[in-house]
Write a protein that binds this ligand. Structure first.
Ligand code: NAD
Ligand code: ZN
Ligand code: ZN
Length: 346
């Protein structure tokens, strides 16, 4: 089969032919219908050889949707032909956190060498992908595969980030979204669907600010050194009760801190390497800062339901597998509006 692989540190990913995978006991083979391209892959492909966490070559794609093509021995609960989405942050399935559905925070994944597909295990940017266990699958139940693929990460990650802050997003409150790309444009919609808060979106790119308004942001602000002052003005000086940073670079985490209100939640989702100092007097009183990772299995099902209810819709650009390197180039250059989705079997 054809697969998009990151093969050599620092090189661009390449479409290559690899052996067709076969499901072992307990595994499910999917024929991939759609696979989203996440900015985290750009980060992975920028890391140096020293300390690189995955074996190469690595088949990319941690946002996957497919049709069940074959079942390994002993698999029950799914049948050939089922259209399914893949929960990516695989865990051991049995530790305390996995038992609560929080496989994204599995206590034993590192020790057992368990990796998400596309981030260690072979991913979905291929004609076929192996899924280690049917519990990682949710039925699409009518969702369009291309629109559903980004929900598995670009939808799930903001959903998980926003949910703990819902009690603070009461009527009259403000939420700030920094970075309106794949994750951010879904975050705006989740905030609009689940809260009555005013949503202010920040980006460096006018097209992204237009997308933010299209998907429901009340206000948009160019993300520069004056952004925090503008957000403070828009909120009568109070600031935002919840700030979600989908960039995570030094200037954006500083903006996140500067727009926060007292008792605000500041959630840094982007992996841009910035850090925000926490200490008495450094941030508004009782502000909390957190940096979450992906989401839980139950939240995965919830975010798919949110899409089925029509409350969120992903803006997508589709690419064939042969065009996948171009999709990553465009993502790297900030030219993707919404999410680039690879359709490997077209
Ligand atoms: P993306 O490229 O689709 O979107 C990033 C957006 O940020 C773009 O619209 C870009 O114009 C904007 N941006 C860049 N610099 C900015 C600045 N200084 N101020 C405001 N906006 C700026 O990326 P994505 O796939 O949505 O991923 C967003 C981030 O989240 C990445 O860092 C990614 O690695 C990370 N991520 C984290 C998790 C997690 O679990 N924590 C999961 C998925 C992705
Ligand atoms: Zn991702
Ligand atoms: Zn576990």
């Amino acid at each position: 089969m054809k697969a998009l692989q990151y093969r050599e540190i620092g090189a661009a990913p390449e479409v290559v032919t690899v052996p067709d995978p076969e499901p072992g006991p307990g595994q499910v083979l999917l024929k991939v219908t759609a696979a989203g391209a996440c900015h985290s892959d750009i980060a992975v492909m920028s890391w140096p050889a020293e300390g690189f966490p995955y074996a190469l070559p690595l088949t990319l794609g941690h946002e996957g949707v497919g049709t069940v093509a074959a079942l390994g021995a002993g698999v029950t609960g799914v049948a050939e032909g089922d259209a399914v989405a893949v929960y990516g942050p695989w865990g051991c399935g049995t530790c305390l956190n996995c038992a609560a559905g929080k496989e994204n925070y599995c206590l034993r994944a590192t020790e057992l060498g368990i990796h998400p597909p596309g981030l260690g295990a072979p991913g979905s940017m291929a004609e076929y992908v192996l899924v280690d266990d049917p519990r990682h699958l949710a039925p699409l139940n009518g969702l369009d595969p291309v629109a559903a693929a980004p929900l598995t990460d670009a939808g799930l990650t903001p959903y998980h980030a926003i949910k703990p802050s819902l009690p603070k997003l009461v009527p009259g409150a403000t939420a700030v979204v920094i970075g309106v790309g794949g994750l951010g444009h879904i975050a705006v919609q989740i905030l609009r669907a689940l809260t009555t808060a005013r949503v202010i979106a920040l980006d460096v790119n006018e097209d992204k600010l237009t997308l933010a308004r299209t998907v429901g942001a009340h206000d948009t602000v160019l993300s520069d050194e004056r952004a925090a002052t503008k957000v403070r003005d828009l909120t009568d000086g109070r600031g935002a009760q919840a700030v979600f940073d989908f960039v995570g670079a030094q200037p954006t985490v500083e903006t996140a801190g500067a727009v926060a209100s007292v008792e605000a939640d500041i959630t840094i989702v982007g992996i841009g390497g910035g850090s925000l100092a926490v200490g008495f007097g450094l941030l508004p009183f009782e502000a909390s800062v957190t940096a979450p990772y992906w989401g839980s299995r139950s939240e995965f099902h919830e975010v798919l339901e949110l899409a089925r209810a029509g409350a969120i819709s992903v803006h997508t650009e589709t690419y064939t597998l042969d065009e996948a390197p171009l999709a990553y180039e465009r993502l790297h250059d900030g030219q993707i509006n919404g999410r680039a989705v690879i359709v490997p079997n077209n």
